[in-house]
Design a protein around this ligand. Structure first.
Ligand SMILES: *[C@@H]1O[C@H](CO)[C@@H](O)[C@H](O)[C@H]1NC(C)=O
Ligand SMILES: *[C@@H]1O[C@H](CO)[C@@H](O)[C@H](O)[C@H]1NC(C)=O
Ligand SMILES: *[C@@H]1O[C@H](CO)[C@@H](O)[C@H](O)[C@H]1NC(C)=O
Length: 651
């Protein structure tokens, strides 16, 4: 078979401005993106074509910076951008859609086209990407707790069909290359060969959804690891197979495995890794820039098309970051810098310039200059004061009672924190053993509001000795650290997922209070209700009822940005003396901090969330604040990012 045929729309198309030159774009009906299987290459409008593409996830970059990042990609000699589409962000609750602001994926694609880039789209539905649940909506597990995700389970397919056919496909259609847009290719599923289900009926179903919607007007592809074992289950009949790998592998062998399943057509590495992901507690990952550049050169000299994952990693703001579960439970940090050619804050690195030297050997560099790095600014110390503890806040929130603990999913809580409480009904030895086996993921235990300690999935520590009397209240504040994003365990329920026991006796009759940290508006109204309640009794540190060192409490502060045209600027938040928590600036959830375990020590504060005049900071510190001494109670906005700090507890 040679190429795929195109629907002829018979329309005449425009002129496209590309750099300084005006070139004539082909008429709409002649726009085609296909494969020449005889000559092992892509064909764009009938001409031999190859892409050098880079991954940028719109949902990890503020929209005000999209054009800057995309232009920097183009100016590095790349001619395409690849992005995932994250279902969970766009449909946070069933039939409640969000395509605004940072989630305006159509606008991102249009800007890419204006910046003279083609677009490679990966709709999933599963995307991994080190995102909570690999980008699948958590509520799937509420609809059916036994749902077999990423299979032909009809309850899963029904949700995927709704999302694709009724919502996402109509948005994509006008953006396809054949229809005048920049989208040349779409990926079906994502590294499906790495998922144990190996359900061919599922991937065939996805293929037919695409074909029904788009006919042959868009090129479909799959991506899998560079080994026969992956491609075996990842290959879909009549869908173009590509592979992914980083530096250091044997190129002939790697592309050899693509060839086993895709004997003809272009060689394609769909995820070439210039760096790698991080986990809390493990040293920051880096890959040598020279090796990255040399290996790209090697691949391009074979006429391969390459997508670099990531070209610009950006930030997993809010609760976006996921976790990995292998022999250990490992949690992804907020920064998704990835040691990519553009840093987390969007600045060209040495790797960027080295790669640009390679790409220009193969593709013409567009005219013009690389945009300069954005200026960074030290806004300095921000004095913080305590607002109240989470346990106090829970008294003004709604709760749910049940005999056995409900999961976050059953409580309709996507992420964050839930307070679980029960009355201890019997006498216990001194001390008694509390067991919360397989806590998901970190549980702070209190008896009558006094802190006892923590149980942890990361540390596989599920037992705690405690002293208790009958009728005392046992409270467990459970934190979701992000759902598993890869492998067989992505159905990762959060909260108390088993029945806690005290001296081997099951504890019943639980009361559950979701802490509204996922909803900024609900959180601030709950906090102001708490302030009203506390007004009579001015707060002193000892009465916080959090941890003894001021943890599990909210703190707030503000800082002023000068009213000058070159402000606000990008800045980085450092939390010296703080232990572990969540931080918001102007109501925008920047993500989690945990400098104690590293490697990330500062949080990127993009200028797009700042304003001239007064800006607010809200911190939820879970463990230890420096605020016993008010003069130590501050956070700092500095002009340097620190993402490669020490990791004293790594193995
Ligand atoms: C790359 O493509 C060019 C032009 O089609 C061809 O002459 C050359 O032999 C190809 N190189 C390899 C390594 O396939
Ligand atoms: C890129 O190539 C130019 C010209 O050969 C060279 O001067 C420069 O040092 C190279 N840049 C990097 C970062 O390797
Ligand atoms: C839940 O149980 C507690 C006692 O544990 C009780 O005070 C509260 O009223 C109950 N709430 C609801 C909503 O039933």
């Amino acid at each position: 078979m040679k190429g795929v045929t195109l629907i002829n729309f018979g329309l005449v198309f425009l002129y496209v401005i590309s750099g300084n030159a005006i070139e004539q774009a082909p008429p709409l009906g002649k726009r085609s993106f296909t494969i020449d299987y005889e000559n092992d290459c892509f064909l764009k409008d009938g001409e031999t074509f190859r892409y050098i593409s880079g991954s940028i996830h719109y949902f990890r970059v503020l929209p005000s910076e999209w054009r800057d990042r995309l232009r920097k990609l183009r100016m590095a000699g790349f001619n395409a951008v690849q992005t995932y589409v994250e279902w969970a962000s766009h449909e946070p609750e069933p039939d409640a859609y969000n395509f605004e602001g940072m989630l305006d994926v159509e606008e991102f694609i249009r800007i890419a086209q204006e910046e003279d880039l083609l677009v490679i789209l990966r709709l999933g539905p599963y995307i991994d990407a080190e995102r909570d649940m690999g980008g699948l909506p958590y509520w799937l597990l509420r609809k059916n707790k036994d749902m077999r995700l990423r299979t032909s389970d009809p309850t899963f397919l029904k949700e995927v069909d709704d999302w694709f056919v009724n919502v996402m496909f109509p948005k994509v259609e006008p953006l396809l290359y054949a229809n005048g847009g920049p989208v040349i290719m779409m990926q079906v599923e994502n590294e499906y060969g790495s998922y144990p289900s190996c359900d061919y009926a599922y991937t065939a179903h996805l293929r037919s959804l695409y074909r029904k919607a788009f006919g042959d007007s868009v090129l479909l592809f799959t991506t899998d690891g560079d080994g026969v074992g992956y491609l075996k289950c990842g290959k879909i009949q009549d869908v173009f197979s590509t592979i992914d790998f980083g530096t250091g592998v044997n190129l002939e062998k790697a592309f050899g495995s693509q060839r086993l399943f895709q004997p003809r057509g272009p060689l394609v590495n769909s995820e070439y890794y210039p760096g790698w992901l991080d986990h809390w507690g493990e040293p920051h990952s880096t890959v040598d820039a020279k090796k990255v550049a040399q290996f790209l050169d090697d691949m391009l000299s074979l006429n391969a098309s390459v997508n670099m994952y990531m070209f610009h990693g950006g930030t997993s703001f809010g609760f976006g970051a996921g976790s990995n579960l292998g022999s250990k439970f490992l949690v992804c940090p907020t920064s998704y810098d990835y040691d990519a050619p553009l840093s987390e804050a969007g600045d060209p690195t040495e790797k960027y310039w080295m790669l640009r030297n390679v790409t220009q050997k193969y593709l013409p560099l567009p005219p013009g200059d690389v945009p300069p790095p954005s200026p960074k600014y030290s806004y300095g110390k921000v004095q913080m004061t305590v607002l109240g503890s989470v346990l106090q806040l829970a008294t003004v929130l709604q709760s749910v009672n049940a005999t056995w603990p409900l999961t976050f999913e059953e409580l309709s809580v996507s992420s964050g924190l839930v307070l679980y409480e029960t009355i201890i009904p019997f006498r216990t030895p001194d001390p008694a053993r509390l067991t919360i086996s397989d806590i998901h993921d970190r549980g702070y235990v209190f008896v009558d509001q006094h802190y006892v300690g923590v149980v942890s999935r990361e540390a596989s520590l599920f037992d705690l000795p405690l002293q208790s009397l009958p009728n005392q209240t046992l409270s467990v504040l459970v934190e979701s650290q992000g759902r598993v994003c890869f492998g067989p365990n992505i159905n990762d329920f959060k909260g108390l997922t088993t029945r806690p026991t005290l001296e081997d006796r099951e504890l019943k009759n639980w009361r559950m209070t979701p802490i509204p940290v996922t909803h900024t508006k609900r959180l601030s109204s709950a906090l102001s209700n708490l302030r009203k309640k506390l007004e009579e009794q001015p707060l002193v540190h000892a009465e916080l009822r959090g941890t003894p060192q001021g943890g599990m409490s909210f703190y707030r502060g503000s800082f002023v940005i000068p009213d000058e045209v070159d402000h606000p600027q990008d800045t980085f938040l450092k939390l010296n003396g703080w232990r572990k928590g969540i931080v918001w600036v102007n109501g925008f959830n920047l993500g989690r901090y945990w400098p104690e375990v590293g490697p990330q020590l500062t949080l990127y504060v993009p200028r797009g969330i700042l304003k001239n005049g007064t800006n607010s900071v809200l911190v939820l510190e879970q463990e230890v604040s420096p605020c016993a001494l008010p003069s130590n109670c501050f956070v700092t906005l500095q002009d340097k990012h620190e993402i490669a700090g020490p990791t004293p507890f790594s193995n």
